[in-house]
Design a protein around this ligand. Sequence first.
Ligand SMILES: Cc1cc2nc3c(=O)[nH]c(=O)nc-3n(C[C@H](O)[C@H](O)[C@H](O)COP(=O)(O)OP(=O)(O)OC[C@H]3O[C@@H](n4cnc5c(N)ncnc54)[C@H](O)[C@@H]3O)c2cc1C
Length: 327
Amino acid sequence: MSELLILIDHSDGQPRKISLQLLSAARAVASELGAEISAVWLGAGADGAAATLGAHGASRVHHWDSADAKGFVTVPQVEALEQLVGATSPAGLIFASSNHVKDVAARLAVRVGGGVITDATGLAVDGGVLVATKEVFGGDVITTSRVADGSLPIVGIAPNAFPVEEVGGAAATVVPFSVAISDAARSAPVVEVVQQASVDRPDIAEAAIVVSGGRGLGDASGFELLERLADLLGAGVGASRAATDAGWYPHRYQIGQTGRTISPTLYLGTGVSGAIQHRAGMQTSQYVVAVNKDPEAPIFQIADFGVVGDLHQVVPQLIAAIEARRA
Ligand SMILES: Cc1cc2nc3c(=O)[nH]c(=O)nc-3n(C[C@H](O)[C@H](O)[C@H](O)COP(=O)(O)OP(=O)(O)OC[C@H]3O[C@@H](n4cnc5c(N)ncnc54)[C@H](O)[C@@H]3O)c2cc1C
């Protein structure tokens, strides 16, 4: 039986939520592909995660544990995957569509003659081949793509496109593999890892709720208001490029074409116009709520619920209403 490889994104020895979503995506297509689901774990810690990975549908974990996985930038991971693909001839490889892994995936595709599809929100099988759906042009068009000529499909899945579902499988069998890493792959060592100051809020790429602010906030203090709302909702805080370029909020929270891609259950945009470049990063949100004083703002075209009004009046009232309900 062939294998469908799932590249596991992990932190502190545990798979991230997106990785469990990838396993749900894999389960949706594996039997039709006639493939078993195999997780791929690069770096230390696979043994401690085998039970979780099995409970979410993986039969085995290909494990490469080497200091090279973390000690050098990108290329050792590419070489490890290249050698694993050569050894297993998988039906496909599925990864979390983050910027770092897209870099790995693109390089891998060149080496193995595969094709990359990023930010997919759906998977299916057509004629025995993996096909991916994705939303493009600000969500106006949904495309269905496949990798041509029988090449290896390497598909990145957008966050929150699939649910996390336990299926109660036995612990996955950990299968170590070793890799001969080239000298060239060791040419860019990681010299320092700087942890970002941690905030007590979920990462916007994984958060179920994201509260986002734009130029309409007026200045940086507007984000203090949004953070109060976010903390009541257990939400992450995002921003438009106009807000990050103005220095009101750090660039790492920018949502959009040149920022982060998010896919929460609820996106709440305040003072955000909804420019196409912003929508490119949030259009797969399940529900969109917008507060904007301009009834013609483009964000209302994709909003499930809109409030036309001054956010400096609407948001404090929303905060007060939530607090009153919880009192
Ligand atoms: C190549 C390229 C890449 C880009 N990438 C990105 C990207 O990744 N992410 C991104 O966000 N943008 C990106 N942009 C910029 C994008 O085109 C827009 O300029 C930007 O998204 C606008 O941000 P905004 O909605 O905060 O500001 P504006 O467009 O200025 O909108 C502000 C909104 O706030 C409303 N408003 C004002 N005051 C209030 C109030 N008191 N109460 C309620 N509503 C109020 C206004 O009615 C308006 O709709 C990119 C542009 C280019 C050319």
